[in-house]
Design a protein around this ligand. Structure first.
Ligand SMILES: [Zn+2]
Length: 318
């Protein structure tokens, strides 16, 4: 009898334990903590437009995005990597800021990481002056023909300076490229006029796959977070396109500029909300209307992404 009671006790406690475990999983599957990371800040203004900086536009959009998400989902905890114009964590370098971003996201146990940046391309924001041949004129020159000097009429180009508008525009969303091949395919297949934002000024080193700890972290990202990051990035780009923005697509990269994406143990995307180097887009991303639209686009994508996660979680329970 004692044995039966003991067995019953063990079985029921196992049932309770496992159902508790499942509940914990459900909770885990949703989004409890969202990390919002306004790019750059402080000594690092990021790209410059004709009247604004990437750091400030990214901050404004990030704060609006956070407020909108908080309003719709009051149960979600939102953690910002910065809320003022500083290097996150008040660090002394760009690199300090990047490490702080990743550490804060991981320590806060984020379930999703969204970095907001502005793109830039070309030689100068707005545009620049170039030189080109406007027409030809003729001139006479003395040339030697068979040891004799003769006068010859030659064609001479006349140059003019002209304004070259900085035309690159549109949105793109980055995810960390799981393997180098992805990143390579991407860089050769896309527009030649523009190489995108690369924070090459930092001394940060990229993860070294021969280091077991770093390899493990990259593997965890690849197995658990890459697919989700890609899905979320795709949803964001769909929303931008639906609003009539130029959709430059989801891109995979693994340079230093997006190092922070794989350094965070969670799905993570980096959204380039527009080109600060393009006059028209600089105005748009600084305007109330533009910022509201961008926030709307990202929050719509977030809603769909979250619903899918919640659905999956409830399917697991049944
Ligand atoms: Zn940036």
């Amino acid at each position: 009898m004692k044995k039966i009671i003991l067995t019953l006790f063990l079985v029921s406690s196992a049932v309770i334990f496992f159902s508790f475990e499942k509940k914990k999983d459900v909770h885990k599957a949703g989004i409890r903590t969202l990390i919002i990371d306004p790019g750059h800040g402080g000594l690092d203004p990021g790209a410059r437009g004709t009247f604004s900086t990437e750091a400030n536009v990214s901050l404004a959009v990030s704060l609006k995005l956070g407020a909108a998400i908080q309003k719709e989902f009051p149960e979600i905890k939102i953690v910002y990597t910065r809320t003022t114009d500083i290097v996150p964590g008040n660090g002394n370098s760009v690199e300090d800021g990047l490490y702080y971003r990743a550490d804060l996201a991981n320590e806060s146990k984020g379930d999703l990481f969204i970095a907001i940046h502005c793109n830039s391309a070309g030689r100068a924001p707005g545009g620049w002056y170039g030189k080109r041949v406007s027409h030809y004129t003729t001139a006479t020159r003395k040339v030697k023909v068979k040891k004799k000097w003769v006068t010859k009429t030659v064609k001479v180009p006349v140059y003019e300076t002209y304004w070259i508008e900085n035309k690159a525009m549109g949105t793109e969303t980055y995810v960390w490229a799981v393997n180098k091949n992805d990143a390579k395919i991407n860089s050769v297949s896309k527009n030649n006029d523009y190489t995108g934002e690369i924070d090459s000024t930092t001394t940060l080193t990229l993860p070294d796959p021969s280091d077991p700890a770093e390899k493990a972290r990259m593997l965890v990202y690849a197995q658990n977070y890459f697919r989700k990051s890609l899905n979320f990035a795709d949803l964001i780009q769909q929303q931008f396109a639906a609003t009539g923005r130029i959709d430059r697509g989801v891109k995979q990269r693994n340079d230093k500029g997006i190092w922070v994406l794989q350094a965070t143990g969670m799905p993570s995307v980096l959204v380039e909300i527009g080109f600060i180097s393009n006059k028209e887009e600089e105005e748009y991303i600084n305007s109330e209307k533009g910022q509201d639209e961008i926030v709307n686009n990202i929050i719509t994508a977030f809603r769909v992404y979250k619903e899918k996660l919640d659905q999956k979680a409830s399917n697991n329970v049944e």
